[in-house]
Each structure stands twice: as C-alpha cells, then as structure tokens.
Write a protein that binds this ligand. Structure first.
Ligand SMILES: [Zn+2]
Length: 381
C-alpha cells in the first residue's frame, strides 16, 4: 500500500498479487462511538499480505487512518477512516495489479457530490446526462476560471512517458519509446528553464518505472501549473504517421479510447468503466485551458517540424481518457510527437536534431500559451 496526501484529496494505491474483484461501500457515522463516516473497499479472492500493517496512520486532515483486516475467507477489507465529508473514486489498474482509491473533500466539489448522490453513487449506473451537461456548462465559462483568477504560470511539470520495465512502444528497428521521451523531456526542460525562466520538474529523470497515478500525484504535490506528458504513437499499421495532441476528456471516440487503452496499459473494458466516473470539478475547470494549450502546442510543433522535414502530418487535437492525466489539478496535455512504428519517423526520432525540433515545437506552444495570458492581464480586463 502507498498513499499520497494532497490539500484536497488523498490518493491510496492498494497493491494486490493478482487481479482481484472488489466492492466499495460506506459505513455510516456512529455518533455514540464517535466514529466518522468510513469508506471501505473489500478485495475479494485474496488474503492479507504479512507485510501489510493492520493500521496505518495518515492524519492529513481528510483521512485519519487506514485499516486492513481479513474479513471471512478470501476477502480483505480495507477501511478508510475519514475525518470529514468526502467523495471517492475507485479505479482498478494493471501492471502491477492495484486498486487506486482517490478520496476527495466534498467542499472542493459540492456539485459532484450532489451529482453522485442522484446518480446513486454507483459504478455500474450511468450518471444523469442532464446533470453532467449542467456541470460542464457551469464549469466552462468563456474565459477560463484560472485566467479570471489571474493565476500565473511559473512551474511546468514534464512527464516523459513510460520508463524502467515499461518500454512503451517499440519501433521496427527496436527504438524504445521510453528512451526517446526522456531525451525530448530533458531538451524541453532546458528550453523552458534557460530561455523562458520557468521552473521545470520532471516526473522521472532516469530509466525508472513510475506508476501512472504517481505522475499526477507528483505534479499536484509540487503545485505544477501545467502538466505535459510526452509520448510516441504506435499503430499496427506501420503506414500511420504524424503528430497529435490530447487533452483529458470523457469521450466516445473509438480511436481515442483505443489509444488511451495502449497508453494506459490496461484493457478497454477498464477504460469504458471510467466513463461512469464523473471528472471532478477541479479537472473540468482546467479543461478549457488544456484544450487551448493542446491547440497551441500542436500548431507550434507541426510548424517547427515542417521547417526541417517533409511529409509532417497533423492529426490534430483530440480528447481522450488517460489515467496519467486524471486527477491532475492543472491543465494537462499528452503529446504523441510522432509514430515510432513508422520506419521513416522512427529513423527521424533517432536523430538528435529531430528530437531537439520536437522539444522546440512544444516549448514554443507553451510559451505562446503563457504570452496570451499575459496579454489578457495587460489589456486590463
Ligand atoms: Zn506512450
């Protein structure tokens, strides 16, 4: 078990040796015994590992402690003692098998809490469509909330895709996605910090495995203002080539779902389960910014690559469901800089000049995003 505490939510990862079924429920508050409302997750088909402590003290203001005990044969119950009203998201992840539990304060997302109550707080039931649309409208003003609040961008978190035992996609000449993404991320970091004076953090700076949930948790913990995940595309059809940029959204686009499935390293079924999880309000208010950032990065990247190479295809900006972007408390995008499965683009990716051009393109996109916001303040609106 691992956990990360953030100002408005606590993320807990429950590791299991194999894939297990699970049930989620709540134990009502017990005033007489001074017990607050508790969340529990029953893991079915496993027993408690010897190394798991019976009680873990968290005391982060939201979750006071986590308790684990065997509850009958083949079932382990994990109880989260919560000190205040909360909502939860429970998502199964693979490789390694684990169940991710996000517990959020209700105060930070009152509409979501209401929506969940009305939707029956059930993973298997679709949320009320009208209500979802209402929340989307409410959180999508013409000028984004962060611009209205005058929030400045100082810190950028760059996330080089994959790493360690997860190589990502592998090209026909055995180029590893994880190696290229790290190199581009380092080049991008240099540009953003040295030329633009921004503070830049990398989710990994070596060939190391970082679970998806740890990447956004890292960005939130370090209060990143933007989150940029760098990946390379892959397709069974090796003719596919081009550049595309994604932002997090609930989507029905089959292609995006399939791609998300690959980047999430999990089954499509799990991805579709995600549609029933309402994106929380904090993420929604960032969606406008993320779409805009994605457009500027896509445009600058394609333009920069076309300066030096022929046949650069723009596949555009698309919404998709990526675990790596879920829960990010800042505008978050994912760049698929080229297709590593296309031998022409793979060859280009092996050249430092091409990787530098990718970094420059993304850098220019980020800079124009920041400049536009500065212009907005200067205009005195
Ligand atoms: Zn990838």
């Amino acid at each position: 078990m691992k956990y990360w505490s953030n100002p408005d939510y606590t993320r807990i990862a429950l590791y299991t040796r194999t894939k297990v079924r699970y049930r989620v429920g709540r134990l009502p508050a017990d005033r007489k015994r001074r017990k607050p409302e508790r969340l529990y997750v029953d893991l079915v088909g496993c027993d408690l590992g010897e190394e798991v402590p019976a009680r873990t003290s968290v005391k982060d203001g939201l979750v006071s402690s986590i308790r684990a005990a065997e509850k009958g044969p083949n079932t382990v119950r994990v109880v989260f003692d919560c000190g205040r009203p909360f909502t939860q998201k429970v998502v199964p992840l693979e490789n390694p098998d684990r169940i991710l539990v996000d517990i959020s304060r209700v105060e930070s997302a009152p509409q979501v809490a209401k929506a969940r109550k009305r939707a029956g707080d059930s993973r298997t039931k679709a949320p009320d469509k009208r209500l979802v649309a209402k929340i989307k409208r409410a959180s999508k003003p013409r000028v984004s909330l962060s611009v209205m609040a005058g929030l400045k961008i100082k810190r950028v978190v760059i996330d080089p895709g994959h790493g360690g035992r997860d190589p990502g996609a592998i090209g026909p000449s055995r180029t590893f996605e994880k190696k290229i993404t790290l190199d581009i991320a380092r080049r991008l970091k240099r540009l953003l910090s040295e030329k633009s004076g921004l503070e830049v953090l990398l989710t990994r700076n070596s060939d190391r495995f970082v679970p998806l949930e740890e990447r956004t948790a890292f960005a939130n913990e370090h209060r990143g203002d933007l989150f940029v995940s760098i990946h390379l595309n892959a397709h069974t059809n090796r003719k596919f080539h081009g550049v595309e940029t994604f932002y997090l959204d609930i989507t029905d686009d089959r292609y995006s779902i399939r791609l998300a499935a690959r980047e999430n390293a999990t089954s499509e079924k799990t991805i579709s389960d995600l549609r029933y999880i309402l994106a929380d309000l904090a993420t929604k208010s960032n969606t406008d910014d993320a779409i805009h950032l994605a457009r500027l990065v896509q445009r600058a990247l394609v333009r920069r690559l076309r300066q030096g190479w022929k046949g650069i295809k723009s596949l555009g900006v698309k919404p998709a469901l990526f675990y790596v972007l879920i829960g990010a408390r800042m505008p978050a995008i994912l760049v698929e800089a080229s297709f590593i499965t296309n031998s022409k683009e793979e060859k280009r990716l092996r050249r430092a000049s091409y990787r530098q051009a990718i970094a420059e393109g993304i850098w220019r996109g980020i800079v124009s995003f920041i400049r536009e916001r500065e212009k907005f303040y200067a205009s005195g609106r």
